[in-house]
Design a protein around this ligand. Structure first.
Ligand code: ZN
Length: 309
């Protein structure tokens, strides 16, 4: 089919959609090439928050949705990626910088299933999230240590944390609830490739994972830095057992939390990890065929390690 004919057909299709009152802006621009084989993971640059897009040969999975204030960036990123259907939306924990864009995702994408850790909180954002799931009748379930989620095309997600007991204890720390402690932590597996997805899990969560799981189960090629590279995560023991090649940090430009922390960057350096970070590199893309993998950045040199003693 000639290009002119293609464009003409697209215009006619847009006009029909517009006449039906449906949004047409998702059709503009060249759609990205479909994932035919292999797995792609994109740590999207959405400021100080997490949003990770996984595309397997069969499914599109979104882990977390960034902050409420960054909804525009997530929407633009999903549009750029041509995402209109999300087979699995996974929320690691209900803090605003992870659940904040969920309302927009429910509004603009066809969300097939929702997964979270089942730990409630009292915020309006969380209440609206539950209400929407109910209203749109989206199947939802909680994930626990030991669960295996089939992501299609040979990709799986092995859930490592939290346990039911941890959720029952509500992540109490020094007399206060710390929602980060019960973040979903899972190992993405595709052939020989594996990536550790950590949400905002902190060192006590990492210690539990090390106690419950063998080093063979935890070893991975790539680590998504826990808690935006904060010093509350990425313990030396955890990094040593994971034995990853690279770490991807999702953090905002000049963020008020000063993430990543210099002491954590020093730990990464000691472990000889290649460091990539969304504040400097923009969206970070990992592509793998299940044997080898590559890491691409949107901009900038790969971040050097700025360790300060
Ligand atoms: Zn966070």
């Amino acid at each position: 089919m000639g290009k002119a004919l293609c464009v003409a057909l697209l215009s006619v299709f847009s006009a029909i959609l517009a006449a039906c009152g449906l949004p047409t802006d998702w059709l503009e621009g060249a759609p990205p090439p479909p994932v035919e084989n292999g797995l792609t993971v994109k740590v999207l640059a959405v400021g100080q928050g997490d949003a990770i897009l996984i595309r397997t040969p069969e499914q599109t999975i979104l882990i977390d949705t960034g902050d409420t204030s960054e909804t525009g960036r997530l929407r633009a990123a999903l549009k750029h990626e041509g995402v209109r259907r999300v087979d699995k939306l996974i929320i690691t924990h209900p803090h605003r910088d992870h659940i904040g864009g969920a309302a927009m995702v429910f509004r603009t994408c066809d969300v097939k299933e929702v997964y979270d850790n089942g730990q409630p909180t009292s915020t309006n954002v969380y209440r609206d999230y539950l209400k929407t799931i109910q209203k749109q009748k989206i199947p939802s379930r909680t994930l626990r240590d030991g669960d295996m989620l089939d992501l299609g095309g040979g990709a799986t997600l092995r859930v490592l944390s939290p346990t039911q007991e941890m959720v029952d204890e509500r992540g109490m720390q020094n007399g206060k609830v710390n929602l980060n402690l019960n973040s979903l932590v899972a190992r993405l597996e595709y052939g020989d490739f594996s990536m550790m997805l950590t949400g905002d899990a902190e060192i006590p969560s990492e210690e539990g994972i090390l106690r419950r799981h063998s080093p063979e189960t935890l070893r991975c090629k790539i680590l998504k830095a826990g808690h935006h590279g904060s010093k509350t995560a990425s313990s030396v023991d955890f990094l040593r057992i994971l034995d990853a090649d690279a770490v991807l940090i999702s953090c905002g430009e000049d963020n008020e939390y000063h993430c990543p922390h210099p002491s954590v960057l020093a730990r990464y350096e000691k472990q000889e990890l290649d460091v990539f970070r969304t504040d400097r590199n923009g969206t970070i893309t990992v592509r793998t065929d299940g044997k080898t993998y590559s890491v691409e950045t949107e901009r900038g040199e790969r971040s050097g390690v700025e360790a300060k003693s």
